[in-house]
Design a protein around this ligand. Structure first.
Ligand code: MN
Length: 482
C-alpha cells in the first residue's frame, strides 16, 4: 500500500485598507489595546455594518491576480460561534456567494509547472485577540483587530508535498506585496495559514479523514508542520491504526504537532445570510475600473521583460517583485546587452546594498551613471576588472562624477605612474652595467635583481607585471644599442 499526501490550505490575508471592513475604525497594527474601536467593532446591539469599498476592491484585485471568476452577485453571511474575542457571537463572512471563485496559481516546481486551484477567495472580518497575561491566570481581550478586513483563500486539495505548500505561500505573499494589498507579514499576523492534511492510497481517489493544523504563523512552520503531519499519519496507517478528523497545533520549539480539538467538538456554524448587508451587485464598469488601476499581472510583466531585454526567467523574477529594482534596471539597461546590466545589479550593486543594508532607492550611483560605466565596458574601453575594482568604488564616493570623468582622471594617474616607473627602471639599470652585460650573455635571472631595485625605489607600489615588462624592454634596448 503506497500512501500519498493530499493537502489543502486556507490562507487568511489582512488587507491594508485605512479603515476596517464594516466601520470607519482605523485599521492600524500595534496600537495600545482597545484604542482602535467603536461601538461597531465592539458589536453593540443596534449598530449596523457598512461595507468598505476599498476592501472589496482589494479582494477583487487578488481575485484577478489569481485568475478567478469575479462574482457579480455576492453576499455576506453570519458564521456563528462563541469565542471571547468575537463580541457579536458571529463573524460576518461569505459563505455561498463569495466575491471570487475558481482561481489558480501556477507553481514552478522542479519537474515543471504545477497548477494549484482555488475554490474561492472570500471577504470577511477578523476577530479580536485574546491575550493570556504573563504570570497570571487571567486573560484580556484586545478588540483592535476586530473588524480588520480579511480575504480567505481556499485551495482545492491539489498540493501533495510540504514544499508545494511552502511555495504556494511564497507566491501568495509575493502577489499581495506586488499589488500592494497587504504587507503579507506572517509574524505580524497579516498572513495566516491553516493546513488540511490527509493521506490517500495511490490509485485511489478516496480521501481519508483529514487533520487540520491551525494558526501556523510562519511560512517555514507551515512546511515543518505539514512534513511532520504526513510522517505521523503515515506511521499510524502502516502500523494498522486509524485517524479521525481533528484539529492540531504546531509547537515550533519542540517541532511537534499536538491535538487541540476532537471531532465531537466540531463547530456547527449555523450560517445564515447577513440581514444587515444587502446582496451586492457589481457592474462590469466597476470591475473594469479595478482592472485599469491594477499593475500588469506579474506573468505579463515577466513576458515583457523577457522579450524586451532578453533576460532569463530567474532574472525577471528578481525584478518583477521589486519595483524599485525594476525601475533602476530599466534606466541602467544597456541596449542589446541588458545581461551586462543584470549581472552588475546582481553582483557589485547587490553586494553594496547588502553590505550597508540599504534598498536600491538609497543606492548612491544613479542608474544612468551606472549605465555610463557599463557602456565603457560594452564598448571595450575598459575591462570588467578596472570597472569593478577602480572606477565603481570611486563612483560610490564621488556621486556627481560620471564613469567617463573618473576614467579620464585615472588615465592621467596611470600615465604619470607609467612615466615615474620608467624613470625608476632606467635608474636601476644604469646602476648595474655588469648585470646588463650578464643579461645579454643569457643570464635572464638578473631581471629579478632589477625587479627588487624597482620595488625598493617605489616602496612596493609599482605594478609587478608592468615593471617586469619595462625592465626586459630596457635591457633589450641597451644591448641592441651596443
Ligand atoms: Mn476565515
Amino acid at each position: 500500500m503506497k500512501l500519498k499526501a493530499v493537502i489543502g490550505l486556507e490562507i487568511h490575508v489582512q488587507l491594508n485598507t485605512q479603515s476596517k471592513i464594516f466601520s470607519s475604525d482605523p485599521n492600524i497594527f500595534g496600537e495600545d489595546p482597545n484604542t482602535q474601536i467603536s461601538p461597531i467593532s465592539v458589536g453593540y446591539p443596534g449598530t449596523l455594518p457598512k461595507l468598505n469599498i476599498q476592501a472589496l476592491r482589494k479582494a477583487i484585485v487578488m481575485g484577478i491576480a489569481c485568475h478567478c471568476d469575479i462574482n457579480m452577485n455576492s453576499e455576506f453571511s453570519r458564521k456563528h460561534y462563541f469565542y471571547p474575542d468575537l463580541p457579536k457571537g458571529y463573524q460576518i463572512t461569505q459563505h455561498e456567494e463569495s466575491i471570487c471563485k475558481n482561481g489558480y496559481i501556477d507553481l514552478n516546481i522542479n519537474s515543471g509547472i504545477k497548477r494549484i486551484r482555488f475554490e474561492k477567495i472570500h471577504l470577511e472580518e477578523d476577530a479580536g485577540k485574546s491575550m493570556h497575561l504573563e504570570n497570571s491566570d487571567q486573560s484580556a481581550i484586545d478588540l483592535n483587530r476586530a473588524g480588520v478586513p480579511l480575504i480567505e483563500m481556499v485551495t482545492r486539495p491539489d498540493l501533495s508535498t510540504a514544499e508545494e505548500a511552502y511555495q504556494l505561500l511564497i507566491n501568495v505573499r509575493r502577489l499581495v506585496r506586488y499589488f500592494g494589498i497587504s504587507d503579507g507579514d506572517m509574524e505580524k499576523g497579516s498572513l495566516r495559514c491553516d493546513a488540511n492534511v490527509s493521506l490517500r492510497e495511490e490509485n485511489s481517489e478516496d480521501l481519508r479523514d483529514k487533520v487540520e493544523i491551525k494558526n501556523l504563523n510562519s511560512i517555514r512552520f507551515v512546511r515543518n508542520a505539514i512534513e511532520l503531519e504526513i510522517k505521523r499519519q503515515h506511521k499510524i496507517y502502516t502500523e494498522g491504526g486509524k485517524i479521525e478528523s481533528h484539529t492540531r497545533a504546531y509547537d515550533d520549539m519542540k517541532n511537534i504537532t499536538f491535538p487541540t480539538r476532537s471531532k465531537e467538538m466540531a463547530h456547527d456554524y449555523r450560517y445564515l445570510p447577513e440581514p444587515d448587508l444587502p446582496q451586492f451587485i457589481l457592474s462590469q464598469e466597476f470591475i473594469e475600473g479595478v482592472k485599469n488601476e491594477m499593475l500588469p499581472l506579474p506573468e505579463i510583466l515577466q513576458k515583457e521583460l523577457q522579450q524586451n531585454y532578453e533576460l532569463t526567467k530567474d532574472d525577471t523574477e528578481l525584478l518583477i517583485f521589486d519595483f524599485d529594482l525594476l525601475n533602476y534596471f530599466r534606466k541602467a539597461a544597456v541596449e542589446n546587452n541588458s545581461e551586462l546590466t543584470m549581472n552588475w545589479i546582481k553582483g557589485p550593486v547587490k553586494q553594496h546594498l547588502n553590505q550597508y543594508d540599504i534598498d536600491i532607492v538609497d543606492f548612491p550611483i544613479d542608474p544612468l551613471k551606472l549605465k555610463g560605466l557599463l557602456l565603457l565596458i560594452n564598448n571595450g574601453d575598459i575591462n570588467h576588472n578596472i570597472a569593478s575594482k577602480k572606477i565603481f568604488p570611486l563612483m560610490l564616493k564621488e556621486r556627481e562624477k560620471t564613469a567617463k570623468q573618473i576614467w579620464d582622471e585615472l588615465n592621467v594617474e596611470i600615465k604619470s605612474d607609467v612615466s615615474s616607473l620608467k624613470q625608476m627602471v632606467e635608474q636601476a639599470v644604469s646602476m648595474f652595467p655588469d648585470k646588463v652585460e650578464a643579461y645579454s650573455n643569457g643570464k635572464k635571472g638578473v631581471v629579478e635583481l632589477f625587479m627588487g631595485q624597482v620595488m625598493k625605489a617605489s616602496k612596493g607600489t609599482a605594478d609587478p607585471a608592468l615593471s617586469r615588462k619595462m625592465i626586459i624592454e630596457t635591457l633589450n634596448n641597451k644591448n641592441s644599442k651596443k
